[in-house]
Design a protein around this ligand. Structure first.
Ligand code: SF4
Ligand code: SF4
Length: 117
């Protein structure tokens, strides 16, 4: 029930906000290495510090799966995607993201945009 609520919240968030691109996350490919976080923090803050990254890889302990989320400050520069050797993340158009969401494939979903403030 909790995850269903989160899904509804995420969809509402996506539909009510207009973004240039959407990050698609392949949970089955993500190793949790956090190289994407390091790449982002270096690209945007000139430091290797995952805490300063605009992409976050979060571990859902209950389901034992990784989940990606993007800070709203992300400018879609693609640096994190280029450093991910697992092919677990990629940016697509908003239209393509809507199709992916509709297909509802297991472990493949648009990452929510969050404001970490
Ligand atoms: S998305 Fe890619 S780079 Fe980031 S933690 Fe997962 S496997 Fe590593
Ligand atoms: S696309 Fe966004 S999350 Fe990825 S490196 Fe660029 S600013 Fe960071």
């Amino acid at each position: 029930m909790k995850s269903r609520l989160n899904e509804v919240e995420r969809r509402e968030q996506m539909e009510n906000t207009s973004f240039e691109k959407v990050l698609i996350f392949h949970a089955d490919r993500c190793t949790g290495c956090k190289v994407c976080e390091m790449a982002c923090s270096m690209a945007k803050q000139s430091t290797y510090n995952p805490k300063k990254s605009y992409i976050k890889i979060l571990k859902n302990q209950e389901m034992d799966v990784n989940i990606a989320a993007l800070d709203m400050k992300c400018d879609f520069c693609n640096e994190c995607v280029e450093w991910c050797t697992s092919g677990a993340i990629r940016f697509v158009s908003v239209g393509e993201a809507a199709i992916i969401r509709k297909e509802n494939q297991l472990g493949i979903f648009p990452a929510p945009m969050l404001s970490y403030a």
